[in-house]
Ligand binder design. Structure first.
Ligand code: PMP
Length: 408
């Protein structure tokens, strides 16, 4: 049973107030709130078995290593990856993308080759490719997006050729909430031997991910966007590609043999986990994913569908609201503007009513430019939000419209 009142009690922050106003947290695409089980799991690690992993010959180190590796198995299952060696812990999506850009691209490309990127990607899925392409003398080619932020498949087909070595694309847009058909994209790319990197930062908390079915080559996500801690994330890669890929960080833990003349790297996945990684974060991420699985992603989707319907209808009907999307999103992410009002002003006025949204360029300047605006107000919801909060939000927007229209 999906008991929303009960579930909200799992998230201590959701019951907080400011100036007697309950918190309405609609910035879940930036980061999600944490359930008590995640907070307690991290606290349990530091209180009861804090130690470094993999190298200690004592009980605490053994327990920490066991819990850390348990998380790897949880992630494998959560993504339905084939092997646990294909799951690498990173600091988040940004690090995962940099690792593939700087450790893999050079192994499959030479000067003059091309990398394809969707034109509505987050900066994290643009800038690392740009920097490495500059270094390796590769060309970045952008793929057009349809009005709701989905990759234009015809444009993609036209731009695929034997020079293209990699396509980097998001599964769900952090601006429009629309989802690319990753399976179809991977099918097309594979026919031309193009590797596909999928940025799953905005999809993992909203829908089941089945990597063996999607058949992408690389996939990444961040713990903090799926109810886990900050500073931890995942890079998935197909084993044969990870074997080819070079480490991006070097040091302890990732080595096999070290001498002053030469060093060799350890096995997968450790060759990509240099130094002391975020042990508490990884264990906390395992707890977060288990929490999601215990609620059931189907139940999560049902609740989010309800919220999406209500937001779509009420926001769309509100006078003076200019939506950034023309079709109901796949995930409950809504970008919009209020006529003649800067998004920062709307954000600040909402904040006075204890309502949290994101404003501005949403870390996707090229996308925002292509949509012909200077920024958006973005309300991003998730399963712990309520229909009542949507009503509070719409009333708040109506109040703001009155304030800005009266000029006070
Ligand atoms: N890609 C997308 C689509 C995102 O929304 C974000 C975060 N806003 C990122 C990548 C970067 O994630 P992180 O900052 O956790 O590395």
């Amino acid at each position: 049973m999906f008991n929303l009142n009960q579930i909200r009690l799992d998230f201590p922050i959701l019951n907080s107030t400011r100036n007697n106003q309950p918190l309405v947290y609609f910035d879940n695409a930036a980061t999600t709130q944490k359930p008590k089980i995640v907070i307690d799991t991290i606290s349990d690690f530091y209180s009861n078995y804090n130690s470094n992993i993999q190298r200690g010959m004592y009980f605490l180190a053994d327990r920490a290593t066991t819990e850390f590796e348990k998380s790897r198995r949880v992630v494998r299952k959560f993504l339905n990856a084939q092997l646990k060696e294909e799951i690498i812990f990173t600091s988040g999506t940004t690090q995962s993308i940099n690792m593939v850009a700087f450790g893999f691209l050079n192994t499959v490309s030479s000067a003059g080759d091309e990398v394809l990127i969707g034109e509505m990607e987050h900066h994290a899925n643009i800038v690392p490719w740009q920097v490495i392409c500059d270094k390796l003398k590769l060309k970045i080619v952008t793929i057009k997006c349809c009005e709701n932020g989905k990759i234009d498949i015809w444009d993609l087909k036209n731009k695929m050729n034997s020079k293209v070595k990699l396509l980097a694309v998001q599964q769900t847009s952090n601006i429009t909430g629309h989802e690319n058909n990753i399976k179809e994209i991977c099918n097309l790319a594979q026919k031309q031997n193009i590797k596909v990197f999928v940025d799953g930062a905005q999809s993992v908390s909203h829908k089941p991910i089945n990597l063996q079915d999607l058949n992408c080559d690389f996939f990444s996500f961040s713990g903090h966007k799926c109810f886990g801690p900050t500073g931890v994330g995942v890079l998935y890669g197909k084993k044969e590609l990870l074997l080819k890929m070079e480490p991006f960080m070097f040091g302890g833990n990732m080595i096999d043999l070290v001498s002053f003349s030469k060093s060799t790297w350890g096995k997968l996945p450790y060759k990509f986990e240099a130094g002391t990684v975020n042990i508490a974060g990884v264990i906390g991420l395992g707890a977060a994913l288990k929490y999601i699985l215990s609620l059931g992603l189907n139940n999560i989707q049902k609740q989010e569908d309800l919220l999406k319907e209500k937001m779509w209808e009420e926001l769309g009907a509100a006078k003076n609201v200019v939506m950034g999307l023309t079709k109901k999103p796949d995930s409950p992410i809504f970008s919009f503007n209020i006529k003649s009002t800067h998004s920062y002003d709307v954000g600040s006025l909402l904040d006075e009513m204890n309502i949290c949204v994101r404003t501005g360029h949403l870390c996707a300047q090229p996308a925002i430019k292509s949509l012909g605006v200077s920024g958006f107000v973005r309300a991003s919801l998730c399963f712990y939000n309520t229909e009542e909060e949507v009503s509070v939000f719409i009333s708040a927007l109506k109040r703001i419209m009155k304030i800005v229209n009266n000029g006070n």
